[in-house]
Design a binder for this molecule. Structure first.
Ligand SMILES: *Cc1c(COP(=O)(O)O)cnc(C)c1O
Length: 356
């Protein structure tokens, strides 16, 4: 820390992204990226000469992109806000609506408490139950803004729109933010509810189901007054937050519905098959509706399994260092079929070697 670092920020503990090792090529199943390339429409759009226009600023409203999102979700364009990854959208939302603090499940996306600390907001962890489920009753008259990931991060557990609506109705005077990063892998979005509730903000990302983690595109859909507030912050901070290439890539990805469906359906099928195979090997998995599996084995600790898989060139995520309730688990991104076959073969060998 330098002598100049603001004393208010000295205690900030940054978010730890999944490791991106460069020592060798891993089968990378640790950060919930898509195993599939961007849609052919995205590649074609980027070849169409946009790079020649990089001397000019991008659209400050990312108009082509927000309009494509609006069409896809059947909302007016002024109900849509786009950001440089949904992490940026979340940051703006915390800053805009979190002055009374933030309530979120105590087992969820690790960035939520970090954003709260970044903006000096009180953070109120709401316990998940012994099966790691979010209990909607715990969010009745919550403190401050309510933030939920649905399906939830780390567990993949899913709340139906009816359950989310209960939470929304129980908190009419605070913003309820639903982070739908994983909704396209078998859940139903609550975007339609944003037309009825002016305090519901839905956040999604292109990083998982739209094969564009490296393009950094996220968005929020909500009442135009909420969107206007997010724009007030954005235009006070970084008006051109999305670059030209990402705006075009995002528009093309949003318009290629058939490719999106093929990719998400493949992930869902592979998730179900892999979960069944893991069960055969003795694992218990949460009922994940996301593009990852949270698995535990009665006879091998999460950290040991993570390390043995890494030695064998397969990278999964071990979260037990900070999340003690899932220290026996590993989180496995659902990759391509061939990647999962290698993962399963390696796990079978590890169990056999240790005679487990
Ligand atoms: C991956 C993820 C994000 C971040 O997505 P980006 O758009 O890549 O910033 C946000 N929320 C949750 C729950 C996620 O899993």
């Amino acid at each position: 820390m330098s002598r100049f670092f603001s004393p208010d920020l000295a205690g900030l503990v940054p978010y730890t992204p999944g490791e991106q090792p460069r020592d060798k090529q891993y089968i990378k199943l640790n950060t919930n990226e898509s195993p599939f390339p961007p849609s052919p429409g995205v590649i074609a759009a980027l070849h169409r000469g946009e790079t020649e226009k990089l001397n000019l600023y991008s659209s400050p409203t990312a108009a082509d992109l927000t309009e494509a999102i609006a069409r896809r979700y059947a909302v007016p364009p002024d109900h849509v806000f786009a950001g440089n990854g949904s992490d940026e959208v979340l940051a703006f939302a915390f800053h805009a609506f979190g002055s009374a603090g933030v309530s979120a499940p105590d087992l969820s996306y690790g960035f939520y408490p970090v954003f709260a600390a970044f903006f000096g907001l009180p953070f109120y962890p709401v316990p998940v139950d012994e099966c790691l489920r979010i209990d909607p009753d715990q969010f009745v008259r919550a403190k401050g803004m309510v933030v939920l990931a649905n399906p939830n991060a780390q567990t993949g557990l899913y709340l139906t729109p009816a359950k989310i609506e209960t939470i929304v109705r129980a908190n009419p005077d605070r913003v309820v933010l639903v982070d739908e990063a994983y909704i396209d892998f078998g859940g139903e979005s609550v975007v339609p509810l944003t037309k009825r509730y002016d305090h519901l903000l839905v956040v999604q990302t292109f990083s998982k189901s739209r094969n564009l983690a490296g393009a950094r595109i996220g968005f929020a859909i909500g009442h135009p007054a909420l969107i206007a507030d997010l724009n007030t912050l954005k235009f006070s901070f970084n008006p051109y937050n999305l670059n030209r290439l990402s705006i075009l890539a995002g528009k093309a990805a949003m318009e290629d519905e058939a490719y999106f469906r093929r990719c998400t359906e493949a992930v869902i099928r592979t998730r179900e098959d892999t979960t069944a195979q893991l069960a055969r090997l003795g694992f218990t998995c949460t009922d994940s509706r996301a593009n990852f599996i949270l698995a535990q084995h009665p006879r091998i600790h999460g950290k040991a399994l993570y390390q043995k898989l890494k030695e064998r060139g397969v990278l999964v995520r071990y979260l037990g260092e900070t999340e003690t309730r899932i220290d026996r688990h590993v989180r496995i991104t659902v990759g391509a079929r061939e990647q999962m076959d290698i993962l399963l073969a390696q796990i079978a060998e590890i169990l056999q070697e240790a005679d487990l």
